[in-house]
Every structure is written in structure tokens, then in C-alpha cells.
Design a protein around this ligand. Sequence first.
Ligand code: V47
Ligand code: SF4
Length: 385
Amino acid sequence: MSLKRIENKVLSGKRLTPEDALTLFKSDDIFTLGRMASHAAREKNRNKVYFIRNHHINPSNICVNRCKFCAFSRSKGDKGAYELSIREIIKKLRAQSTEHRNQTKRTSSKKTGKHSLLVTRYASLPYTEVHIVGGLHPDRPFDFYLELLTAIKKKYPDIHIKAFTAVEIDYFSKISGLSISDTLRALKKAGLDSLPGGGAEIFNERVRNRICPEKIEGSKWLKIMEKAHSLGIRSNATMLYGHLETYKHRIEHMLKLRELQDVTGGFQAFIPLAFHPKNTNIKDAQYTSGIDDLKTIAVSRLFLDNFPHIKAYWIMLGEKIAQLALLFGADDLDGTIVEEKITHSAGALSGSAMTKSELIHLIKKAGRTPVERDSYYNPLHRYGS
Ligand code: V47
Ligand code: SF4
């Protein structure tokens, strides 16, 4: 099908087929693609681009899986292997930027409307969300993770804990002897609020076996997400691209996510993750190109018509391509981050933290309206032009 006919489908709100998505990926007309994706994003989120004040924490890089694309993980006893205690993790969360303190003084004095109430609720916190993922540790018991959640919630009752990929959930179920449902229930009771989208990588079995042979199958990842959604735990979904996969594999991956989302509606955002090759065991791989990054954001916005949000993860895209992604269908610029290890172990060229004003600046300069959000995309504060 020609781009013009696909554009007509987009304008009339019709669902794209996998063949349409392939045509989009193969096209060199990046401007038409951007226009279509931007239209689709505006239909869902108007001119808004969300951001969040979050803090990434990786409790340990010791992992029994040792995926070939992962430069972050170590085996126990290796040089560079680390494990943080619960006390050390809480200490990291305590660090508070001066910028946040000043912002808090300003926003907490406004007492009008629902948004100000939400802002007031979070006002004493430097971040509204903590994002926790790590390696599959060979010795740490399941109780460690439950205690970690409990300790964070005790110290910061209002913070949203988005933690543990489906791969970690599967591992916890194995080490605890609990079913997947009971593992999720126990985590939720201890303070887990939602799941991040990591570990999805690429669902195609052949490619998955080449890049992460020890990792759970794609079908298991999807089953765990389905279970989480049925228990009222929302999640994200990712796709690792730019390694050994083809466009068809990317579309097959997104199709599986779209089908599950039709059933559960539990995914909040889709995040394409640009593969970083440095220090990995993927031979001859290169960094992704800016054009491929923008195409992947745009095609995902167009194809995943039932996903409310497409996230531009600036850590992997770089600050400037992430800003351009806001004109190619992304409506969420993630986030303050504070500390990033996974991508930086693999040669990320970006920084590892952004302040709120830097995020607002990038969004405004893209002609969009910055909106600080909570973890369920409720607006906390809107920044006019
Ligand atoms: O699961 C590992 C990926 C993921 C590399 O849900 C790599 O809001 C690129 O999932 N090059 C963790 N990627 C990050 C992640 C994430 C990030 C931001 C937001 C959210 C969210 C989730 O990073 C891993 C894996 O897929 N990864 N190694 C690498 N060399
Ligand atoms: Fe372990 Fe996750 Fe790295 Fe794979 S991607 S080696 S599961 S930390």
C-alpha cells in the first residue's frame, strides 16, 4: 500500500496492518511518517508532552542470565560486580536537589483545584516515582525484595514504586516456590505499584535465542504481563531494536503487544529501546541511526493504536533525538532518571540525569506543552508556553 493510502487510513482512525507497518519502516519519506505519527499522537494527547520526576535504582548487577546484549551484568565475584543494601538504596533516594526544594515552595502554596492537591501530596518528595530493576541475583532471597519495597514505602509512603521486569517476576517465582500470581500478590502487598516494561527485548524466538538464550521466552513475558494486569497492576512494554532483528521482527513484536493490549488494556506506555553495542557480545553491531530511532518511534505510535503513550527514553536516544521524537509521535519524555547504569555500561553517549527545567526546556522548544505527570499519567502541573 502507498504512503498516501496509509495516511488516509491514519486520518480516518483505521487500524494499520502489519503490511502497512512494513511499508512505513521501508519508506525513506521520514517527513510524511513524522506528520502521520504526530497526528496520531495529537489525537490521543493533544499538544501535551508528559514528563516525570523519577529516580532509577539498580540494586545489583549480579545476574545468572548474562544476556549477550547486556554490558551491565556481572557474575558473582567478577570485577565490577556490586550489590546495594536496603539501607544504601534508601540513602540514594534521600538525595534532594535544590531545584526541587525551590519548586516545592512555589507549587505547594497554590491551593486551587485537583492538580494542586496532587502536587501538594507529592510536595515533600524529591521524586514521585522510583524505578527499580536489576540482575537475577543467585543468592538474594525473595524476602529481600519484599523488605526493600516495605522499607521504601515506610520512608516514603506516597512514592510510586515501579519495579521488577517480568523476567525478575519469573525468577522470584522460581526462587520463592510461589506461583506467578502469588509472587505478584506478595509484591503488591509489600508496596509494588506497577511494572516497568523491560525484559521484552524481541519476541521472535530465533533472534531471542541468539541475543539472550537464558531469558524467559517471549510468550512467558506476555503471560506474566497478562497476569499482572488481571491483578490490577499496570505496566509498560519495551522493544529492544537495532541488534540482529529485522523490521518484520519488530512488527511481529508490536503485534503481540497490540493483541494483548486489546484483551487487558493494562499497558500504559510503549518504549522502543535503542540497542547500545559497546562492551556487549553482539558481534559487529553498531549504534542505531537517528533516522531509525525516529522511524521506530513513529511506526510504534501508528501501529500501537491501543497504547495511550509512547515514551522517548532520552538516556538511550540521546537528548536531541529524544526531543525530535516528540515530533514523531512520542508524548512522554522520560524523565529525571538521576542515575543510569544499564545503557551507560554499553556506551551511552547521553548524560545520566536531567533536571525538571531541562525537560521543560526541551519540550517547549519542540512546540509542545510540558505536563508533569504521576505514574498513571494524571497531570500534576502544566507549564504554559
Ligand atoms: O530490559 C539492556 C535493555 C532494559 C542494553 O518501563 C539495553 O518505563 C540497550 O526496560 N542497549 C532496561 N538496551 C530498561 C527498561 C526501561 C527503561 C526506561 C523506562 C522503562 C519503563 C523501562 O534495558 C532491559 C533491556 O531491554 N538493555 N542492555 C543495551 N546494551
Ligand atoms: Fe541479567 Fe537483565 Fe542484563 Fe539479561 S538484561 S543479563 S536478565 S540484567
